[in-house]
Every structure is written in C-alpha cells, then in structure tokens.
Design a protein around this ligand. Structure first.
Ligand code: KG4
Ligand code: ZN
Length: 338
C-alpha cells in the first residue's frame, strides 16, 4: 500500500503551525509562536491575522523540508475550520483551499476541538492510545469540556464551562499577579516552588458536570487587592505560594468533575487534551488516579498539548481514510461545536 501524506495547517488563534504526517506518524510539526501579544495581556485578533499571513508560507515550506517531502507527493490538505478567531482562521482556510486546488488533491476541514482530542491517536512510542469509548477532559484557552468519545467522529459533550475556560482562569489570574500573557505556563513554573495549601480559594458551585471559573477569578482578584492594601509587597513576597494555591484549586475543580463523570458513565479510560493539559499538577494528579481509583489515563505528549498542526493532520488522516472530503466552498466558522 502507498503511504498517505497529509499536510495539516493550524491558524485558529495565535500559533501558525504546519505538520506533515505519513499515515498516523509525524514527519514534521513546525510552529511559529506570535510574541507580539505578550505585552497586551492577551491575543490581539488583528495582529494575529497579520502574523499568520506573514508566517504561513515559511512555516508550510519548513514543514515540507523537515518531512523531506515535495508538495506534489501530498495526498490531501487538512486545515482548521474553527472554532477560533475569524481573521486567523481565514488565513489558514484560504491558504489550504488554494493549495489543494493547485495540487488537485482533497481538502479536509477539521474541528479544532476534535483535533485536540484526536492528538491521542498520533503514533508514538511513549503514550498509550485510548480505546473507544473514553472520556476526554479538553482544557484550553477557549474551552473546557468533558467529552465522551465513542468513535473518531462521534463526540458527546457531557459538561462544559458556563463562563470562562480553564485556560482563561490561569491567564487572568496571572494577569492579576502582573505576569505576562499567556500566564498559565508561568503559574505552573512558580507553583512548583510554592505551598499549594497556603491560601484557600472557594470552589464554584455549578451543576452536574459543568464548570464555572469566573467566580474564582473574581475571588482571587479581591483577595489580592485586600492583601496588597495591607502589604504592597504581598505578591512579590508570596508569588510561589499564590501560584501553587491557584493551581491547586483549579486542579481540584477538574478532578472533582472527572470523578463525577466516572461515577455517572462507568467509563474509566480518561484522557486530557488542550493547552492546559500541559500543566504539571493536572498531569500528575490524573496519573495518580491509576493507582488510587484504577483508571487508565491518557496524557498527551507535551508538544501535542498546546495548539499544533500535528493534531489537525491526524484528524485529517482519519477523515481522508473515511473519505470525509470537504468542498472547496467550505468556510471558516468562529463558533463550531465539537
Ligand atoms: O490549546 P491552546 O494552546 O489554545 C487554545 O485552543 O486555546 O491553549 C492555550 C492555553 C492558555 O490559556 C495557556 O495559558 C494554557 O493553555 N497553558 C497552561 C499551561 N500551558 C499552556 N496552563 C496551565 N499550565 C500550563 N503548563
Ligand atoms: Zn487549542
């Protein structure tokens, strides 16, 4: 059998990424991160679109060179159709359509949130591949969902956030502490040197398997304002403990909901996905459930947690072998359900 070569393109937010897959195996995964946003405390959509425009051709070229593949050898082009920032999505969508048309090969539109989950099916030696059905906790800068995955294209949302995503909870907390965007990785880093029980933040009361993080953010804001009034150096002197306590609270909220999910569904194959699944405490606590509750856990390789095109390419691969081609008149969608 001839191998299938898929080029994946991701441009939904602030990372321009391209990846080449040979069947389910990664040959390259190249990402240009956009530094421009850090001083604004969040992604500036207009700047993101411009940076994608600048990065997309060199990133795709580099992915092809690293994979040692000529574009004429590609079997199909997969791209992120949504959800995401419209201006950012348009750059990847237009580029993918044109290239597929030029090469006269199939075009595959990919749902970014499905792709975060299907990243678990990228062939690699270190992590296990989840069997169907499994539960995936998808945690990113824009989404927080508990998804039942019954097949490659059969997803059911069992719970989700009613306000902020968990990544926003990390980033907004970091902003309150004066840390640059995205603050999630920094909170993770500082938390490692702090006491997770130093401060207590109240956990939200929200129904069933849903989440809410906006109250936590406000709670942290008021707490910091109060303490800073008493001691203007409060943040500086206690940064590690504050970060550890915030991270601990967020991890507890997530783990509580996962325990309820297992109770309700009786499914004990549990995966995590999305940018926040890079978090070291969340990874560690999930792993511990193997020993404590007999769950089997699936923790993605670090490079497939935050936005990347490898996850778009693997989703494209499954669409390709199932002949789920898309029409060239397909359009980007800022809002798109998994
Ligand atoms: O999946 P992703 O790259 O983009 C979206 O689709 O949103 O997720 C980005 C989010 C950001 O909020 C970032 O702060 C968070 O993932 N993040 C982390 C860590 N690494 C990335 N949050 C906590 N701990 C980390 N180590
Ligand atoms: Zn993402």
């Amino acid at each position: 059998d001839n191998p299938i070569y898929i080029l994946g393109i991701e441009s939904s937010c602030d990372d321009t990424s391209a990846s080449v897959l040979k069947n389910n195996e990664i040959l390259s995964n190249v990402t240009a991160n956009q530094e421009v946003h850090s001083k604004y405390g969040g992604v500036v959509p207009e700047l993101a679109s411009r940076a994608h425009q600048q990065n997309i051709v060199p990133v795709v070229q580099q992915a092809l060179v690293q994979a040692n593949i000529k574009k004429e050898e590609l079997s199909a082009i997969a791209f992120t159709k949504g959800p995401g920032l419209m201006g950012s999505l348009l750059v990847g969508t237009s580029f993918a359509k044109s290239l597929a048309m030029g090469l006269e090969i199939p075009l595959l539109d990919v749902n970014h949130m499905q792709a975060h989950i299907l990243a678990h099916f990228i062939k690699n030696d270190t992590s296990k591949i989840p069997p169907f059905p499994f539960i995936c906790l998808t945690i990113s800068g824009g989404h927080t969902q508990i998804v039942k995955v019954s097949n490659y294209f059969d997803f059911e949302i069992l719970g989700e956030t009613i306000d902020d995503a968990v990544g926003e909870a990390f980033d907004k907390s970091a902003k309150i502490l004066g840390l640059p965007y995205p603050g999630g990785p920094l909170i993770d880093k500082y938390a490692q040197k702090g006491n997770p029980k130093a401060y207590k933040f109240s956990k939200p009361k929200v129904g069933d398997l849903d989440f809410s993080f906006s109250g936590l953010k406000t709670g942290i804001l008021y707490f910091i304002q109060r303490e800073q009034k008493n001691n203007p150096n409060f943040i500086k002197e206690n940064l590690f403990d504050i970060c550890a306590s915030i991270q601990h609270t967020i991890s507890e909220i997530l783990m509580d909901k996962l325990k309820n999910t297992v109770k309700q569904t009786q499914i004990k194959h549990i995966a995590i996905a999305g940018g926040v699944s890079a978090n070291s405490e969340i990874r560690k606590r999930l792993q511990l459930t193997e020993k404590h509750f007999g769950w089997t856990t699936y923790i993605p390789k670090f490079e497939y947690t935050t936005d990347n095109a490898a996850m778009i390419a693997i989703t494209g691969y499954y669409k390709y072998i199932n002949k789920h081609y898309s029409n060239v008149s397909v359009t980007a969608k800022a809002r798109l359900k998994v």
